[in-house]
Write a new protein. Structure first.
Length: 82
């Protein structure tokens, strides 16, 4: 397996936040469910997860990709170089 180069551009960094954002959102929703008893059920608040995913994707789409690391196949050259 080839060594993977971790990209540190803002777009890739924002895309990497999806997992942690979903876990934090789930934790907050379950915590609110425990605090408010049955009034704030998880079944009624699941659209919040979709909103968080959408916000992270929007942040990634609008972020700069300057400095993005692309892995090229062996023997190929980056575009614009001859």
């Amino acid at each position: 397996m080839p060594d993977r180069i971790r990209c540190t551009c803002r777009r890739c960094t924002a895309n990497g936040l999806i997992g942690p954002a979903i876990l934090i959102t789930l934790g907050v929703l379950f915590l609110l469910d425990q605090w408010h008893g049955g009034g704030f059920g998880f079944g009624r608040s699941w659209p919040v997860i979709l909103l968080v995913i959408g916000l992270v994707k929007l942040a990634a789409a609008t972020a700069s990709d300057a400095g993005h690391n692309t892995v090229l196949p062996p023997g190929s050259q980056p575009p614009g170089q001859s």
